[in-house]
Design a protein around this ligand. Sequence first.
Ligand SMILES: [Zn+2]
Length: 355
Amino acid sequence: MLTPLPPRAEMIEAFLGRDTRYEGIFLTAVKTTGIFCRPSCSARKPKPENVEFFSSAKDALNHGYRPCKRCHPMQPLNESPDWLKPLMDALESDPLKRWKDGDIRSLGLEPERVRRWFKQHHGMTFHAYSRSRRLGGALGAMKKGESQTHAAFDHGFESLSGFRTAIERITGVPTGNAAEKGALYLHRITTPLGPMLAGATEAAVCLLEFIDRPMLPTQLKRIRDRIEESPIPGSNQIILQLEEELSAYFDGTLRAFNVPLDMRDTEFQEEVWKVLLEVTYGTTASYGDLSKAIGNPGAVRAVARANGDNRMAILIPCHRIIGSDGSLTGYGGGLHRKRFLLELEQGIRSPGLFD
Ligand SMILES: [Zn+2]
């Protein structure tokens, strides 16, 4: 299937600026070196006249190009690399383990390399990452009524004071409050359009946003105000379900999400988001349509604002809202992402850049 590319001048600007919003939209191939890259590759940029663009890795390979060793354009951005897999598998099978450098070495990995990768991709060391996971498990247990002592020791903390310090450092709130609040897990999810940050309580998803969206810090603050649970890095069942559904969505096999959503916000925003959820896969609507649907045809501007404040991209399909003249209008994650999603849903884009 032929996948449309943005205009050449726009792609040149995006790749010169290492613009991650074009992740998944195009790949850059350099005629003089025979190598192809993702738009955000950190390697020195070639002269634009030596560059051509492709919409899929397969296309670039078919034209005789090799994938860049620095930006790994054959892998989704931010995905755990193959060399790290033994460690990630071990962490999945025993999430309560307290990791030492020796354990990492015994898996055939260099602790320093692991540390660098985690710092770069998760903003923390592997030890901090695995400790956060244990802490999240303990907070979940406390919310279900388990005592602080039991929760701490069941999740691999050796002392209560160490447990309390970890909670206060990671969540920024005193242990007692954290226990009442439960955990709000924050986890990076890899998608063909670049990494997204997902947030979920034990019950529902409350955040899904592209990492490079300038609005992300505001969104994080907003969910902290609305949801009142303690944000910690880590994953849970809800996020696992979200990951599976998102991956099926990008494969073109899932048309409606089943994962529960936590839309707690102002009454007006909730109302708009609920109406948005009724704009089904493969269709579009305008702000005018939405304002009529909430019984307030004059509220077009306020509806547009509530649409822009959506903190669960793709799940609450604000990308399906277009101008009444059919133009794409705006999109917080970048217009190319919007076009990608609409084309995917309308069946005019082959699913996946990596096929
Ligand atoms: Zn590269």
